[in-house]
Design a binder for this molecule. Structure first.
Ligand SMILES: [Zn+2]
Length: 263
């Protein structure tokens, strides 16, 4: 069974990558910064991704190749160089035109339940689906060196979920890396949480203090979006992320980088 699935994926990876798809991908800033030698591998992952995952429009949104390629192209960067199984729990990506309302239930200490709604730009579920707001995906493309990237964030949650639990620790086969990962993540999470508690400035988005799973998702965004900043400010964390993702985005070309501003 495993052999057949792998053979099928090898065939998909070897398919010619259509020029129209390459043109769409070229409009995604992060894929333009990738080392050229990674592009063929990225194209292979995208072929598998598009063949295996279902895209669904919600709230009247129509899915087209630009939507599929822009999402798959960024998600698959998380798979490069690693022996990955292509987000095995994920079956469908649901895309809303913009932020959507999700029900929110809160139970207080006395057991009173309050029902409310909150607007969201994305979410990732253990049981096969991931939701994105297309307006937020586009906003991140317009700010390629900003700290936010909702696609990387939600797909990092999918990596995390591969163990069957979203706890900030994706499956890591190498015991030495697993130990280093746990130590550096725990320590960085604790420091970040203390700074947030005291309303002090933080390198990472304060939202990372929510729980270890959000910390991993936010750190993944920052690692790819602002690699040099993370390398300089959180070098030990940057080091374990480099070993886990088997990539070193701080070495990616500067071409097109946002010029420094005074603000
Ligand atoms: Zn999250």
């Amino acid at each position: 069974m495993f052999g057949l699935a792998e053979k099928r994926r090898a065939r998909l990876r070897a398919r010619p990558f259509p020029d129209e798809w390459a043109a769409i991908l070229d409009d995604v800033p992060i894929s333009r910064r990738l080392p050229r030698e990674d592009l063929a591998e990225l194209h292979g992952h995208i072929q598998v991704f598009l063949a295996e995952k279902r895209f669904e429009g919600a709230g009247g949104f129509a899915i087209d190749d630009a939507v599929r390629l822009t999402i798959a192209g960024q998600a698959c960067i998380l798979l490069l160089h690693r022996a990955s199984s292509a987000f095995p729990k994920l079956r469908s990506i649901i895309v809303y035109p913009e932020e959507y309302l999700a029900p929110l239930e809160d139970v207080d200490d006395n057991g009173f339940v309050t029902e409310d709604v909150e607007s969201r730009s994305g979410e990732s579920w253990m049981q096969g689906s991931l939701v994105l707001s297309w307006a937020d995906v586009l906003a991140d493309l317009d700010d390629p060196f900003g700290e936010l990237n909702v696609v990387l964030h939600e797909f990092a949650h999918q990596l995390d979920a591969e163990t069957g639990e979203m706890n900030g620790c994706p499956p890591i086969a190498d015991p030495e890396l697993r130990a280093d990962w746990a130590r550096e993540m725990d320590s960085a999470y604790a420091v970040h949480g203390r700074l947030v508690d005291r309303s002090r400035p933080t390198v990472l988005d304060p939202y990372a203090a929510e729980d270890p799973s959000e910390f991993f998702a936010v750190v993944t965004e920052a690692f790819f979006q602002q690699p040099r900043r993370i390398l300089v400010s959180l070098p030990r964390l940057y080091g374990v992320l480099c070993r886990y993702y088997e990539q070193d985005p701080a070495t990616w070309p500067l071409e097109g980088e946002r010029p420094p501003t005074d603000s």
